[in-house]
Write a protein that binds this ligand. Structure first.
Ligand code: SF4
Ligand code: SF4
Ligand code: SF4
Length: 286
């Protein structure tokens, strides 16, 4: 699967990561570091359990595998939501969803309020706390990432095609095909197909990935009384609740989002203090 494949009606590109094919070599991380000229050595002052940081836009998290005593490797990165909460929460429009699927960040616009970090349901954006002039950082998936062949550097570096790039519609079909072909191997779920309105980074695997990817289960959505978020984005839900004036929209959305974001903030703060999950530490400055 590559960018050279024929276009579908939907121009949005996506990344499909198949956890069953990942060997945990971290070449995707190295490819990203090279392409984005990130430091290879980073301090561990602000550790995050998932390895993402202001200097790591993708990471590999090890989780218990399907068989006892084995491990699975899960690549973490921005999910590039179809309707991103980070963009909706940003007061100055520093985040944009581009037509090709990437959610991009413009540091020239950013005022450092970090509402995007609170708004992201997947807890992705990180802050450069150790920099004198800090910015928010996350996976780009835009043209800056592309190497020869039109693939993002992380995808091009993967030796097993555990992570592939292409039109979102095609990748969804491919994910469905793999699950249907090996129902005993795969968990029957495509993470990111629908949750929070769908994402441009999707996953399949042989073990449940909800916790690792921060994707709530259907029951968790129901328990939080936001069942709509099983298929709707946060910005869409807030908008449909408040079909009134812009001022009322802003007031109510800030309040509702605040409840959701507060829970996320507490978890994020707890994570910064926590040691990383098992496996080699790829460098985890938060
Ligand atoms: S995963 Fe978070 S940071 Fe990435 S696009 Fe979605 S809301 Fe924004
Ligand atoms: S898409 Fe770009 S920024 Fe994101 S992990 Fe791959 S190389 Fe890094
Ligand atoms: S390069 Fe591929 S196989 Fe290696 S850790 Fe990354 S996704 Fe997994």
């Amino acid at each position: 699967m590559s960018a050279a494949q024929p276009e579908t009606k939907d121009p949005r590109k996506a990344i499909l990561t198949d956890v069953t094919k990942c060997i945990g070599c971290e070449r995707c991380v190295e490819g990203c570091v090279r392409q984005n000229k990130l430091p290879t050595e980073i301090s561990t002052r602000y550790r995050a359990a998932d390895g993402l940081s202001g200097r790591r836009y993708t990471s590999i998290v090890r989780i218990p595998g399907k068989k006892k005593g084995t491990w699975s490797n899960v690549r973490r990165q921005c999910m590039h939501c179809l309707e991103p909460s980070c963009a909706a929460a940003c007061l100055v429009g520093a985040f944009t969803k581009t037509p090709d699927g990437a959610v991009v960040y413009d540091d020239a616009k950013c005022i450092g309020c970090r509402y995007c970090m609170l708004a992201c349901p997947f807890m992705i954006p990180r802050y450069e706390y150790d920099q004198k002039l800090p910015y928010v950082r996350k996976c780009k998936m835009n043209k800056e990432c592309r190497v020869e062949g039109g693939l993002p550097a992380c995808v091009a570096a993967c030796p097993t095609q555990a992570t592939v790039f292409g039109p979102r519609e095609q990748l969804l079909k491919e994910a469905r095909r793999r699950i249907a072909e090996k129902p005993d191997l795969y968990v029957n779920h495509i993470y990111g197909e629908h949750e929070f309105g769908g994402t441009s980074v999707i996953y399949i695997g042989d073990v449940p990935l909800y916790e690792t990817l921060r994707v709530p289960t259907g029951e968790q959505f129901d328990r939080m009384r936001v069942s709509q978020l099983r298929e709707e984005s946060i910005p869409h839900l807030l908008h449909s609740w408040v079909l009134v004036t812009p001022f009322q929209f802003l007031t109510v959305s800030t309040g509702l989002a605040g409840l959701w974001f507060l829970r996320r903030r507490q978890k994020l703060m707890a994570e910064r203090k926590a040691p990383p999950q098992g496996g080699p530490d790829p460098g985890t400055e938060g």
